[in-house]
Ligand binder design. Structure first.
Ligand code: AMP
Ligand code: MG
Length: 339
């Protein structure tokens, strides 16, 4: 067991965080998406510690986080023109671009792939620490592999106390789900590998063609050979509770849940569903943006409350709702019912 330092985001605590990172230690940091488990991306041993602390499979690549565009040029090559236009429009922000990596980026970061995911986060604490360290930070979500991503420092502490050198408390994450991940295909075509707050509609305003990977739209477990984004093949984001995702309208949802065994049952519904709702429930917001912000903390709360069966109202698979749906269907181990 390590001693885990709980740090605030004042200047001297951020200096402590940067110093630990320069020494090759792992530090959890806030970003606008979810908390990240950061280490110096150019230090293979430090990166190995991230995989260790998370219990993450070695073939699931990490994203590197940068604080300025020069860093993108330093660590990637053959950068398409579209990447600069997307950076101009969406960085700093929750968009990750998969680009050919330079050899200076260690193989352990990318799970042996010759590409690397790069993101410039909007969170100023994160960007400040990256500039203080002067190197890109590899940072996957700061949860134990498989469990819901952390959106507060307390969530990180629940999973990582004793496993990492420090946790910087930057308050609650404003976006709440991980970044939109894209790759480039051909001259002005991109493919969404993981949906996030930045939607296909927004991306279409900047590039000619946006393909949404079929694994994102499908409700069945992806075929391993068809997975372009290695992280998508793992069961993910799951609480201890048995989660079932229920599609379609409120009255059908209620009818479906009525037919289930009632022991320890709870529903996760939209704010607007709550009036006269006939079962125990939690709400997770009224809009897809609010649902994104709250989904992971509600999945964690279900476990804290000892809930055994959680029935979740599914958002529509469009816009930001697609990102929320994508996390939920994995949390449910693809158990989705059309009520
Ligand atoms: P996380 O670190 O938990 O935010 O997950 C990172 C996500 O980005 C995973 O789904 C990875 O599969 C994906 N990713 C990272 N790097 C690459 C890459 N080089 N090619 C394809 N997908 C990537
Ligand atoms: Mg993750």
């Amino acid at each position: 067991m390590k001693e885990t330092n709980l740090l605030s985001c004042n200047e001297s605590d951020l200096e402590t965080a940067a110093m630990l990172l320069k020494k090759g230690e792992v530090v959890a940091l806030p970003t606008e998406t979810v908390y990240g488990l950061a280490a110096d991306a150019l230090n293979s041993e430090a990166v190995a510690e991230i995989f260790n602390a998370k219990g993450r499979p070695a073939d699931n690549p990490l994203i590197i986080h940068i604080s300025d565009l020069e860093m993108m040029k330093r660590y990637t090559e053959d950068i398409p023109n579209a990447a600069y236009r997307l950076a101009e429009k969406f960085w700093p922000g929750p968009l990750t671009m998969v680009l050919p990596k330079r050899s200076i980026v260690p193989d352990i970061v990318t799970g042996g792939l010759d590409t690397v995911g790069v993101r410039m986060p909007e969170n100023e604490i994160m960007r400040k620490v990256i500039s203080m360290v002067g190197r890109p930070l590899a940072a996957p979500s700061a949860n134990r592999s498989g469990s819901p991503s952390p959106t507060t420092a307390a969530h990180v502490a629940d999973d990582m106390n004793g496993r990492v050198s420090a946790i910087v408390d930057g308050g609650e994450c404003s976006v709440g789900v991980e970044s939109t991940v894209i790759s480039f295909e051909g001259y002005d075509t991109i493919r969404i590998l993981r949906p996030g707050l930045i939607t296909a509609e927004q991306l279409r305003k900047v590039v000619d063609e946006v393909i949404i990977d079929s694994n994102i739209l499908s409700d069945t477990v992806p075929e391993v050979k068809e997975v372009r984004s290695p992280g998508m093949k793992y069961k993910h984001y799951s609480p201890e509770a048995h989660v079932v995702l229920v599609r379609e309208n409120l009255s059908d949802f209620i009818r479906y849940v009525s037919a289930q065994p009632e022991e320890n049952l709870c529903c996760l519904i939209f704010d607007q569903d709550a009036e006269n709702f006939p079962f125990e429930y939690m709400t997770y917001g009224a809009t897809p943006e609010e649902q994104a912000r709250q989904i992971f903390s509600k999945l964690r709360e279900a476990d804290k409350r000892g809930i055994k069966n959680l029935y979740v109202r599914a958002p529509r698979k469009e816009g930001v709702g697609l990102a929320v749906y994508n996390r939920l269907i994995r949390a449910a181990g693809y158990e989705v019912v059309e009520s």
